[in-house]
Design a protein around this ligand. Structure first.
Ligand code: ZN
Length: 282
């Protein structure tokens, strides 16, 4: 099932994409796609709906982040060995965990704004994992049972803020608009193996990232289990799992985003995003 939220920012309605790719409204069934709708029982209830009876949504509305109420936006650094190499970093012995401010979350096609004073804003296509069931100290074997589904994430990053302004990364990761998520939350029954998904990103029509989740250093099950040793994962929390090679920082010379650039990115089966890069404004 492909769950979505559509409409103006802050006023999104719940919906789903049916088997024919058409947007159907879920407002009469649920108030929103939030933490309460992400557990196995709630998802099973939605899956039983006769989708052809749900109202069709006309036109092409804006898509929001496909789930409301994200409590934690957790990110994993340097989780693809060839990306670690391009940034000149050693391959991590344990997952590198950092946080993106939830205030950076936005819809998949909303513009990305360069932060005030930014000269090194960069892109990172990533597999997002959405937690469905509260998870504490879960084993790697059980970990995927705590996942509601998967989504496309652009872990937009300001490299100067991230790497030259102090020893941890959060300053360069949580700026406004740095967290496009969606268009769909694809429930985990439709993603039997999250470790074989192609993912890619194009900058102004040129493919710069072209990878597969099969080359992750730490897979999704390991990451959910690992993070749950340090904090309780709650329904609606997102773990974004690292990016394959091809970011601007790794180019020779490095390339960073400027006003008017367009990022287009996607993950096999999880849908595509497109963002126009716009200048800073308050
Ligand atoms: Zn990242």
């Amino acid at each position: 099932m492909k769950l979505v939220r559509y409409g103006n920012p802050g006023k999104e309605k719940p919906g789903l994409i049916d088997a024919n790719g058409q947007l159907r409204d879920l407002s009469a069934v649920v108030k929103d796609i939030g933490p309460d709708q992400l557990g196995d029982a709630a998802v099973a209830r939605l899956r039983k709906l006769k989708t052809d009876k749900l109202p069709l949504v006309k036109g092409k509305p804006r898509m929001g982040c496909p789930m409301a109420g994200v409590g934690k936006f957790i990110a994993i650094g340097l989780n693809y060995s060839d990306h670690a190499a391009e940034t000149g970093s050693p391959i991590p012995k344990e997952p590198i965990v950092f946080m993106k401010a939830t205030s950076c979350i936005q819809g998949p096609n909303d513009p990305v704004m360069l932060p005030k004073g930014s000269v090194k804003t960069d892109w990172e296509v990533e597999l997002g994992v959405v937690i469905g069931t509260r998870a504490r100290y879960v084993s790697q074997k059980d970990a995927l049972n705590f996942v509601a589904g998967y989504c496309t994430v652009n872990d937009v990053s300001e490299r100067e803020f991230q790497l030259e302004r102090g020893p941890q990364w959060d300053k360069g990761k949580g700026c406004d608009t740095f967290g496009p998520i969606g268009p769909w939350l694809v429930t985990r029954d439709e993603v039997p193996n999250p470790q074989k998904l192609g993912l890619w990103l194009e900058l102004n029509g040129q493919r710069v990232q072209d990878g597969s989740t099969k080359t992750m250093i730490f897979g999704v099950a390991k990451l959910v289990s690992y993070v749950s040793q340090f904090m309780t994962l709650m329904p609606g929390d997102v773990i974004t799992t690292g990016t394959p090679p091809g970011v601007g920082l790794g180019m020779k010379p490095p390339v960073f985003l400027k006003k008017g650039d367009v990022m287009k990115l996607g993950i096999e089966g999880l849908g595509e995003q497109q963002q126009l890069v716009v200048p800073f404004k308050l």
